[in-house]
Design a protein around this ligand. Sequence first.
Ligand SMILES: NC(=O)c1ccc[n+]([C@@H]2O[C@H](COP(=O)([O-])OP(=O)(O)OC[C@H]3O[C@@H](n4cnc5c(N)ncnc54)[C@H](O)[C@@H]3O)[C@@H](O)[C@H]2O)c1
Length: 252
Amino acid sequence: MKAAIIGYGKMGREIERILRERGHEIGLIVDQANAGELDAAHLAGIDVALEFTTPATAYDNIRTCLECGVAVVSGTTGWTDRLAELQELCRERGGAMFYASNYCLGVNLMFRLNRQLAALVGRVGGGYEVRIEEVHHTQKKDAPSGTAITLAEGIIENLPSKRGWVNFAPGIAHATNRVERSEDTPADRIEIRSVREGMVPGIHTVTYESEDDILELRHEIKNRRTLAQGAVVAAEFLCGKRGVYGMDDLLK
Ligand SMILES: NC(=O)c1ccc[n+]([C@@H]2O[C@H](COP(=O)([O-])OP(=O)(O)OC[C@H]3O[C@@H](n4cnc5c(N)ncnc54)[C@H](O)[C@@H]3O)[C@@H](O)[C@H]2O)c1
C-alpha cells in the first residue's frame, strides 16, 4: 500500500512508524508548512491518505482527497457536523472514505457495551442518572472529545429519557460549552464533563448513578500506538474498496 500522511503531528508521526513496521510505502507527508502540496499532482499514485489534522482543516483535506480520487481515512475530531456532507460526496464520486472518532479497539468495544447498557437501563429503570467524563492532555483543541460525543449518541439512541447532550467544561477557554454550570443541565440531556490535564492520551467514563449505587464503564488509553495501529488497519481495509465505512464495518 502506498500511503499519504496528512498532518504530521503526534498521530501522523505514530502512523508513520506503524506504516513502516507493516511494510507500507509512504509517498507523501503533508503538514501545515507544505499544505499546498495536497493536490492531484502530489496525490497521484497514492492508494490511501491518513488524515489527522485539526478541526479547522479536516473538511478541506478530506474533500481534496475525494476530489482527487484518493481513498481517505480520517480521525480528526471537532468538525463532524459536516461529516455527512463528505460521506455523500464520497458516494456520488464512487470514492472510499473511513471515519472513526476513535481507532482504539477497546474504545470500540466500549461503544458497543455502552449502547447495550443504555438499552438495559432504559428497560429496568432503577432511578439511574447518566453522565460522561472525558480527560485529555491540555493541547487537545476540541471539547467534548469525539469519543465522548459517540458515547453520548449511543446512549441517546437507546435510552428514551435522553434526547441530547450538553458540555460542561470548566476551565477550557476554547470549549464549545452549551451551558455554564452543571446545575443547568436539563433532565433530558446527558452532561459531558471535559477535563484537560497533563499529557493524558484519553480517559472516558460513562457513569450511571442512583441513590443506592454507581455503575461505571471506563476506558483508559495507555499510549497513542493503539490509535495509530487502528488507523493503519482501517487504511489496509479501505484499500481497493469503494464506499463509506466506520469501525463497526472493520470489526465485523
Ligand atoms: N480518531 C482517533 O482515534 C484519534 C486519535 C488521536 C487524535 N485524534 C484527533 O486527530 C487530530 C490530530 O491529533 P494529534 O494529536 O496528531 O494533533 P497534533 O496537534 O499533534 O497534530 C496535528 C498536525 O496537523 C498539522 N496541520 C495543521 N493544519 C494542517 C493542514 N492544513 N494540512 C496538513 N496538516 C496540518 C499541524 O501542523 C500538526 O502537525 C485531532 O483532531 C485529534 O483529536 C483522533
